[in-house]
Design a protein around this ligand. Structure first.
Ligand code: PLP
Length: 382
């Protein structure tokens, strides 16, 4: 049996997406900026996807620009906005994906101050600490919707309320790459300024992302050229990618999140019974802060790399934290900032689900983890 449980790294493009994209490449390959009929039809298709993405994020009537990935959407929001501000102050949660976190150095190079917002043991932005950090000189706050390693849903509503009270002029950027479609977002009601998403996390292809932003959100372009996407992201539109994204949004199953939540619970309960030393990293499963599709567990004392290679032998693919950091074989900065000891963080495995996952696959995974754990724990040096 093969079980792919690394959907937070990337997802398999769905058959419907592949079909829609190949049709787009056969028929809608014209340059959407051109003025003849087939090109205008391609433009129409692209604009229909804008509407679908906006509607899925509760952002009807706002703006959206297509990018090459989630990282680019984050960069445009953060660096693009902060290019319109002089000597600003930016607060970034310390558990952000590198697509946000690594903007800090560039922000400092541009003359801004950057401070990091601590998180609680469950991996949630510490609202008391944030309250102390927010001040009238704050220009921007960056907090993700769902953490990619622990599945912790961040308290965006509370963060907006604090911002409204303490620094109403500050913009809020939310990286929604792990949350879009899986956690409801009501962009128009939230009061955030921008929201990034990525196609390859929701069964669309790699090479397509988007930034949803409020009409009055100021951005100065970070890329220059033909002026596409309102001048904010020059370069001929990736029509097949955009159409693939649109298909992924339209065909996302409505009952998928409930299904994944039940299977995540089944997986955690199975693992806990199989491995009494298993430690859950992140919010309790029954809390409202636990996303339906990401489970982070330390199978102490077996180290992540050892377990994930052993599981690969059984046809099970998981990761040790985020895909970006797993090759570097270093302890996760996210888990460390949650105060998890290195001895536990070293043994963390991330299981990330998608709507296609079955009960049989989950039960098989539990069985194989149990088998490998019994074997591998004997070889751990004490
Ligand atoms: N933000 C989060 C939370 C992510 O998990 C990822 C990818 O893992 C990204 C941003 C980057 O997305 P992309 O790979 O499309 O650049």
């Amino acid at each position: 049996m093969q079980v792919y449980l690394d959907n937070s790294a990337t997802t398999r493009p769905s058959d419907r997406v592949i079909e829609a994209m190949s049709q787009a490449m056969r028929e809608d390959w014209y340059n959407p900026s051109a003025l003849y009929r087939p090109a205008m039809l391609a433009q129409k298709r692209v604009d229909a996807v804008r509407k679908d993405c906006l509607s899925a994020a509760g952002a009807n009537g706002q703006n959206i620009l297509f990018t090459g990935c989630g990282t680019e959407a984050d960069n445009i929001a953060i660096l693009g906005h902060m290019r319109t501000v002089k000597n600003g102050r930016v607060l970034i949660s310390c558990i952000e994906h590198p697509g946000v976190l690594r903007c800090a150095q560039e922000l400092e190079r541009l003359g801004h101050r950057v401070e990091f917002i601590p998180v609680t043991h469950a991996g949630l932005v510490d609202l008391e600490k944030l309250e102390q950090l927010l001040a009238p000189d704050t220009s921007m706050v960056c907090v993700m919707q769902v953490n990619n390693e622990t599945g912790a849903i961040q308290p965006i509503g509370e963060i907006v309320a604090l911002r409204n009270r303490l620094c109403p002029g500050a913009a809020i950027h939310v990286d929604g790459v792990q949350g879009f479609l899986r956690i409801p977002v009501d962009f128009n009601k939230t009061g955030i300024q921008s929201y990034a998403l990525s196609g390859h996390k929701i069964h669309a292809p790699k090479g397509i992302g988007a930034l949803i932003y409020r009409r009055d959100f100021k951005i100065s372009p970070i890329m220059f050229g033909g002026g596409q996407e309102n001048g904010y992201r020059s370069g001929t539109e990736n029509t097949p990618g955009i159409i693939g994204l649109g298909e992924a949004v339209q065909s996302y199953p409505h009952d998928a999140n409930e299904w994944m939540r039940n299977l995540k619970k089944r997986l955690w309960e199975g693992l806990r019974n199989a491995v009494p030393q298993a430690v859950l990293n992140g919010p309790a499963l029954d809390s409202a802060s636990s996303a339906p599709h990401i489970l982070n567990v330390s199978l102490v004392p077996v180290r992540s790399q050892t377990m994930l290679l052993a599981l690969e032998g059984d046809g099970i693919y998981v990761s040790a934290g985020s895909a970006c950091s797993s090759k570097q074989q270093k302890v996760s900065g996210v888990l460390t900032s949650m105060g998890i000891p290195t001895s536990v963080a070293d043994c963390a495995l991330r299981f990330s689900l998608c709507p296609d996952i079955t009960e049989e696959q989950i039960d098989y995974t539990v069985q194989m983890v149990k088998k490998q754990y019994e074997l591998l724990k004997k070889f751990v040096r004490r």
